[in-house]
Design a protein around this ligand. Structure first.
Ligand SMILES: *Cc1c(COP(=O)(O)O)cnc(C)c1O
Length: 245
């Protein structure tokens, strides 16, 4: 079997095992397949196997893939070896990489989600540039939980203010928060960081009815993230293989 399909099955299995262990329903954790730097053929393979949500980091690369996928992908997956019952669902593109203000327009015109919003200026531009004939753009606030100076993301304090402002923007829907923790294999550090994010998520969820997404967990720390309440894991290398750069 194709390795992408095999890896997808493996990850879905790992998510459901982890959910069972933590007494959660398996469908409460969504899988985002992170396809940055990987060719469209791999995305198509995953798509034909039932995967619908894809994450990209680099705007230009992503726009090309989005445009090509629109003409290329066969929406009718009847004859393929489909894993799940998703053929009727449309593909969903998430921007998870840093976003500069000169790229907001093209992003507002092509993406379904932006998970890397970390300041009001970017949110405002996305809101103003979202085409009227498209559904609201789903937005997560990227939180720099480790408070690392070299990392993008809002601080915890900024996250509350930003949430209040995004909530008032008519063309954006505030869905939750996204975080990339410190690169560490120390389980206790990870647990502490994820736990703080979960607390922030619960606070925002209690305030804003549209909040339903705690996006944390990548190939290396997926289990720890799910144990700490993640509702969306962003998996790249464990599905598509190691990246060159
Ligand atoms: C690349 C990336 C991922 C996926 O990382 P893997 O370790 O390949 O699973 C997830 N989230 C963000 C923000 C990324 O940039």
């Amino acid at each position: 079997m194709n390795s992408v399909i095999h890896n997808l099955q493996h990850i879905q299995q790992a998510i459901s095992v982890c959910c069972q262990q933590t007494h959660r329903q398996p469908n409460t954790v969504k899988l985002l397949a992170v396809s940055k730097t990987k060719p469209l053929e791999m995305i198509q393979t995953a798509y034909n196997a039932g995967q619908r949500a894809f994450g990209e980091n680099y705007v230009q690369e992503a726009i090309e893939k989005i445009q090509q996928s629109q003409s290329l992908f066969n929406q009718n997956t009847e004859h393929s070896e489909t894993l799940s019952s998703t053929p009727h669902m449309p593909i969903e593109w998430h921007l998870i990489g840093p976003l500069q203000s000169n790229k907001t327009k093209i992003v507002a015109e092509h993406f379904d989600w932006v998970q890397s919003v970390d300041r009001v200026k970017i949110a405002q531009r996305l809101n103003d540039q979202r085409p009227a004939n498209m559904q609201n753009l789903n937005v997560c606030i990227q939180v720099n939980i480790s408070q690392e100076a070299n990392k993008s993301g809002a601080t915890l304090e900024q996250a509350y203010e930003l949430a209040a402002k995004i909530h008032k923007m008519p063309n954006l829907t505030l869905r939750g928060i996204m975080a990339i923790p410190t690169n560490t294999t120390d389980e206790s550090i990870l647990n502490a960081l994820f736990n703080r994010l979960h607390t922030l998520y619960n606070e925002l969820k209690a305030t804003y009815a549209t909040v339903d997404t705690l996006s944390m967990g990548m190939s290396q720390d997926m289990q720890t993230a799910i144990k700490n309440g993640s509702t969306m894991v962003r998996i790249g290398s464990a599905i598509f293989g190691q990246r060159q750069s």
